[in-house]
Ligand binder design. Structure first.
Ligand code: CP
Ligand code: NVA
Length: 310
């Protein structure tokens, strides 16, 4: 039902609340159709180019399988294999790919590079993770929360950990859908203040409460969902040792989960490091929905691709 023709998805701020909620509804329908084996070739004959500058398991496979299930085709393009890696400009790459394909998905370090790609592309560009944002992941996260709770508005999501791309996209996605969002990060690892500002602005329209704190227990108090992510993201591996020290006390374990609601769910975008940001007991325990969440990448992105490229 969604129609986002002619749009790009660089961050969830590109969509209004209704558009996000409709995508989630569409994802529920597409998931049902796939489970029941009903054909849904809404992108028959269409091609998605997928440019990867960083590693990926879920994103690569879910986009490729998603295109396949929708009757289309996906091309895996490693940045180093295409001429972009030898210095061809982003804008020339965008203009050339636009002549061949119906959509471009990109995972890159710099968000500004993805903005430049979108500015020069005549087909929809989907951000599949940059250093600053991961909107496709949050579509799947919201879908997961929606499936469990029956609605989004009024729930509380607590994110404990690095103020990274996940923290940023969760704040925006929650603000847009009326989900209260508390972020707890150590000093020096808080989310980008200008993105917090943007989330606060968006939240005024939906009544979502956005809180940034250095206290994990405060963030998790009474939460419906507790979320975490690795302490050293792709590109920050060199800081692994320093971060291990800085993030002491920020592990999501049974003790911290006890501050959340009794029926709270645990989410993680994956890949995870057990014993660092989350204890094995929590991520492999009964409150964890991390594999449902990973599966939902497929369904949420299928809804997104149909809306953008259908
Ligand atoms: N969550 C996520 O984006 O995983 P990948 O890095 O495996 O794509
Ligand atoms: N914050 C993590 C997310 C991985 C899906 C990273 O950027 O590496």
């Amino acid at each position: 039902k969604s129609n986002l023709k002619g749009k790009h998805l660089l961050t969830l701020a590109d969509l209004n609340s209704d558009e996000i909620l409709q995508l989630i509804e569409d994802a529920v329908q597409l998931k049902k159709m796939q489970k029941e084996g009903k054909p849904h070739s809404y992108l028959s004959g269409k091609t998605l180019a997928m440019i990867f500058e960083k590693s990926s398991t879920r994103t690569r496979v879910s986009f490729e399988v998603g295109m396949n299930q929708l009757g289309g085709h996906a091309l895996f393009l490693s940045r180093t294999d295409i001429q972009l890696g030898r210095g061809e400009t982003v804008s020339d790459t965008a203009k050339v790919l636009s002549r061949y394909v119906d959509g471009i998905m990109i995972r890159a370090h710099e968000h500004s590079g993805v903005e430049e790609l979108a500015a020069n592309s005549t087909v929809p560009v989907i951000n599949a993770l940059t250093d600053d944002f991961h909107p496709c992941q949050v579509l799947a996260d919201l879908l997961t929360l929606y499936e469990v709770k029956g609605e989004l508005k009024g729930n509380k999501l607590a994110y404990v950990g690095d103020g990274n791309n996940m923290a940023h996209s969760l704040m925006i996605g929650c603000a847009k859908t009326g989900v209260h969002c508390s972020i707890a990060s150590p000093k020096g690892y808080e989310p980008n203040p200008s993105i917090v500002e943007l989330a606060l602005e968006i939240a005024q329209e939906t009544g979502a409460k956005i809180v940034v704190t250095n206290q994990p227990e405060e963030a998790v108090a009474n939460a419906d969902a507790v979320y975490t992510d690795v302490w050293a993201s792709m590109g920050w591996e060199d800081e692994q040792e320093v971060r291990l020290q800085a993030f002491q006390g920020y592990q999501v374990n049974k003790e911290l989960m006890s501050y959340a609601k009794e029926d709270a769910i645990f989410l993680h975008c994956l890949p995870a490091k057990r014993g660092q940001e989350v204890s094995a007991e929590v991520i492999d325990g009964p409150q964890s929905l991390v594999f449902e969440e990973a599966e939902n990448r497929l369904h949420a992105q299928k809804a997104l691709m149909v809306a953008l490229m259908g």
